[in-house]
Design a protein around this ligand. Structure first.
Ligand SMILES: NC(=O)c1ccc[n+]([C@@H]2O[C@H](COP(=O)([O-])OP(=O)(O)OC[C@H]3O[C@@H](n4cnc5c(N)ncnc54)[C@H](O)[C@@H]3O)[C@@H](O)[C@H]2O)c1
Length: 359
């Protein structure tokens, strides 16, 4: 088992990464404060892994809340229903929430934990690669609003993250690749050596080799940790983690969140960010090709599936949460492995990039 420590004063915690961790009962129970536990999961993940969690919790008062599967459940209605159920129990302030599932479950369960009686403990048990390398790390929790994703939320750090590699055995290939987009992102932000490692070892990763998975998940968590520790509340450098996301969110919104998985949109978003960085003279065509190659090998998209009007995409980019005082902040690349936050990119260049991908 590998451990990544997140040092945030009294909010510090460990991420445990390894095989068969769900059978390690003390790993789970050592982080519980009181006797009450609420496990939040969904109809897809619960049949696969809930029993293992329940076995570890035989000495606890366990309440299980199962949501239907999908991003559409990540909203205030579901949030309210969970709170109602917890009040009906009633759950006290020492109750711990266990989030068993992908990023959707982690985000909503974390938001419930952040706000129920002004905050109760929670443990993340991420079961998608994306959740293991990204959403379970860093304490962002929240739900969507009809006008935009993650519009309502709070920062709330978990007590512990338990990443059992065995859960990836049931994850479908498309979801696995979507998680890889975020892994590749960490290499591009500030870790060229990691980017090269991924290029050279992608086959092992794609075959879910345990050592390769442990390495990429640990390195990704460390990478996110290093950034989050510097800037927990996203006042500055944490925005680097949004590489590919402003373009990506525009693609997801334009296609109404049904055609593109988040990680897929981030993959194409990174290709677009690379293209714009090339137009600014920071990276060259060979760098762009290198990025495309690794994404294609990870079975990720590097072009739009259907044409989207560049003007529509540009407008949607302006509506992104990352816009401050009307000014569009983009994360671009000075080189592969050196991302920067830029505010004053020439709009004509942005439009040239979007037109280049218009299809
Ligand atoms: N909080 C953050 O910092 C942060 C960062 C990135 C993304 N997110 C959020 O994460 C969400 C996306 O997360 P996701 O990609 O994990 O999606 P998801 O939670 O919807 O999971 C993807 C699919 O895989 C299924 N699944 C999960 N684990 C499985 C397993 N082990 N075996 C089989 N099926 C399994 C789920 O039921 C779902 O159908 C979005 O809502 C996004 O906004 C949050």
């Amino acid at each position: 088992m590998n451990e990544v420590h997140i040092a945030l004063d009294e909010r510090s915690y460990d991420i445990h990464i390894g095989k068969a961790l769900l059978s390690d009962h003390s790993l789970l129970t050592s982080s519980l404060k009181g006797r009450q536990v609420v496990v939040i999961s969904n109809e897809t993940v619960a049949p696969l892994y809930l029993e293992q969690i329940e076995r570890a919790l035989v000495d606890y008062e366990v309440h299980t809340i199962l949501l239907s599967d999908g991003e559409h459940t990540k909203n205030l209605n579901t949030y309210s229903e969970i709170i109602d159920q917890m009040i009906a129990v009633p759950c006290d302030r020492r109750c711990t929430i266990i989030a068993l599932g992908g990023g959707v479950i982690g985000d909503i369960a974390g938001f419930v934990a952040a706000t129920y009686q002004r905050g109760i403990p929670f443990v993340q048990v991420p079961t998608t690669l994306l959740a293991q390398v990204d959403s379970s790390v860093g304490g962002k929790t929240g739900v969507n609003h009809p006008v935009g994703k993650n519009m309502i939320g709070a920062f709330h750090q978990p007590q512990k993250v338990i990443t059992d590699l065995d859960t990836l055995s049931t994850l479908d290939d498309r979801q696995f690749s979507a998680g890889l987009a975020e892994v590749i992102k960490y290499g591009l932000i500030n870790d060229f050596v990691f980017f090269q490692w991924i290029e050279q070892n992608l086959e092992k990763v794609m075959s879910k080799d345990a050592d390769a998975l442990t390495f990429i998940i640990s390195r990704s968590c460390e990478s996110k940790r290093d950034i989050v520790e510097q800037d927990e509340q996203e006042q500055g450098v944490r925005a680097l983690l949004n590489l590919g996301h402003t373009f990506g969110h525009a693609i997801e919104t334009a296609t109404e969140y049904v055609e593109w998985l988040h990680g897929e949109a981030v993959a194409l978003g990174m290709v677009m960010a690379a293209d714009l960085s090339r137009r600014l003279g920071w990276i060259d065509q060979a760098d762009c090709q290198r990025l495309n190659q690794v994404l294609v090998a990870a079975r990720l998209p590097v072009a739009l599936r259907q044409p989207i009007d560049p003007v529509v995409l540009r407008k949607l980019m302006q509506g992104d949460k990352k816009v401050l005082d009307g000014s569009l902040r983009l994360v671009l690349m000075k080189s592969l492995g050196e991302a920067v936050i830029v505010e004053d990119v020439d709009n004509e260049l942005i439009m040239e990039t979007l037109q280049g991908f218009a299809g």
